[in-house]
Write a protein of this length. Structure first.
Length: 502
């Protein structure tokens, strides 16, 4: 395209007789206009496919890489899909961008970092191509620039490289990025704080070692200072980073807690931004999963009640971390499970089970019920009175339910076995709704220990409880009921002793 443009201009100038300088000035202006037009067209997604199909962008032409506008155009194109990003890589443009990061003005540096980010975001392979061209050192140097826009662009590119896997994240660490990113979150510009916190989150998420590297630079204290910042997008990234640090180990979670973020964190569960609220509950989930002591600390701070209120005010996937957090708390001990019950967590979880259409949310809720009800008959009764057992069993038997959902609901349903130890009329009767008609449900009731528990109940003859037990027993062959009855093993042994071989 550039050659054709030059030939046309030369022909025109020969007719009009201008000087050679005029000819090249016109050529430069036309080329600049061409690039500006491409950059403008690339801002609108509907134009990208047409530009890509045209196949005449000349991404490999060295004459394209002369201006900030050109880099901006290439960044917008590469940002759109991985095919265009691959074209930028194959055009041998990345080395020119890396070189320009250390040589050009701040406007070009921002544009160059944008192209590197746009290429790196699509896949580990493309991110590795950015690393292989020597971009990391240039981007880390850019974090020390005076201009905050350059720092922001560089931090963004580093985060997009690090987010793919531990290997790329380690490469970012080895280039010396983490201490400078921690300095960036201390800068006054909110946009720079956001991107730097996001990059730290992307680095920390892959392994305990990478998270420890972030912690060793003092990041937790600086992140903790920003949890009540009025900027919602910044808070999203702060809580994400703290979550990614906390998830790996007890020690890392304790370091986050020791930054005295509770109970101040709980105020953010009422934040207008739903992703701030989601990231707060994610942080609480990652902390509570480790130990009873960490869970108790959050319970004592009012965290369980706050999360239950949050579930009542939320819908969809943002509920998921809160549901799992309640399950983790309840799993640790009888007392912590009772704290969830006393805070009215069971009725709220029952609402989530009914309202949410997504299977993974239903599965998480069923799992949480299992963690709450598995400790004692009192815990199981709290679940049974919420009338969730028929719903769990229905989900288990639904042929459209995924394998994971069936496993989770089966585990939740097992708490019914504990309820049968309660020697009083039961407030529900899901087995009688399905046992006579469904062989799968009958098998589950046996293998989960339910039929055995029924035989252990001492009920008064003629009582409602005895009638209930008889109705369940009538769903099984007589020999199966005898097999699970107390004392049957001794009866068999007695027969063995009396048996006389022929």
């Amino acid at each position: 395209m550039d050659l054709a443009l030059g030939t046309g201009l030369l022909s025109c100038c020969n007719r009009k007789g201008p000087s050679p300088n005029c000819l090249f000035e016109q050529y430069q202006k036309s080329r600049t206009q061409f690039v500006q037009t491409i950059a403008e067209l690339a801002t609108r997604p509907q134009n990208i496919e047409t530009l890509q199909n045209a196949g005449k962008l000349g991404l490999g032409s060295p004459t394209l890489m002369l201006s900030q506008t050109t880099a901006l155009a290439l960044g917008r194109l590469a940002n759109y899909n991985d095919d265009l990003a691959e074209a930028v890589v194959k055009g041998d443009i990345l080395p020119q961008l890396v070189y320009s990061l250390t040589e050009q003005n701040r406007f070009y540096k921002k544009a160059a970092a944008f192209v590197l980010r746009a290429v790196a975001k699509h896949s580990p392979a493309l991110a590795q191509a950015v690393v292989d061209c020597g971009a990391l050192d240039a981007l880390v140097i850019s974090l020390e620039e005076f201009d905050p826009g350059v720092k922001e662009a560089a931090a963004w590119a580093l985060g997009y490289i690090a987010r793919h896997n531990a290997h790329l994240s380690q490469a970012v660490v080895d280039a010396g990025a983490v201490p400078l990113l921690v300095l960036c979150i201390q800068e006054p510009e909110v946009a720079l704080k956001r991107i730097a916190a996001s990059a730290l989150s992307d680095i920390a998420k892959h392994s305990p070692e990478l998270a420890q590297t972030v912690v060793d630079t003092g990041a937790i204290a600086h992140l903790a200072q920003m949890i009540l910042n009025p900027d919602a997008k910044l808070k999203r990234q702060v809580f994400s980073a703290l979550s990614q640090i906390s998830k790996h180990s007890v020690d890392l979670a304790e370091m986050v807690v020791e930054a005295e973020i509770f109970p101040a964190v709980l105020a953010c569960l009422r934040d207008p931004d739903e992703y701030v609220r989601k990231n707060v509950t994610t942080l609480m989930r990652e902390i509570t999963k480790h130990t009873p002591e960490l869970s108790l600390m959050i319970v004592n701070a009012g965290g369980v009640a706050a999360v239950i209120d949050y579930l009542g005010d939320s819908r969809g996937n943002v509920r998921l971390p809160g549901i799992m957090m309640l399950g983790y708390v309840a799993a640790h001990s009888e007392n912590l499970a009772m704290a969830v019950i006393v805070s009215k967590g069971v009725p709220q979880l029952a609402i989530c089970l009914s309202e949410e259409p997504e299977e993974h949310i239903k599965a998480a809720t069923a799992w949480a019920f299992g963690q709450i009800g598995r400790h004692t008959p009192e815990h199981a009764r709290a679940v049974s009175t919420a009338n969730v057992l028929p719903k769990l069993l229905a989900l288990y038997m639904d042929t459209d339910s995924s394998e994971d959902l069936q496993v989770k609901t089966a585990q939740g349903f097992k708490i019914q076995c504990i309820v049968f130890l309660v020697s009083s009329p039961l407030p529900f009767s899901p087995p009688l709704q399905v046992l006579p008609h469904d062989s799968k449900a009958r098998r589950l009731f046996v293998t989960s220990g339910g039929l055995k528990k029924v035989q252990e109940i001492k009920a008064d003859p003629g009582s409602a409880l005895q009638e209930y037990i008889n109705s369940i027993n009538n769903c099984y062959p007589e020999e199966i009921v005898r097999y699970y009855s107390p004392g049957y093993s001794e009866t068999l042994l007695a027969r063995v002793e009396k048996y006389q071989p022929v």
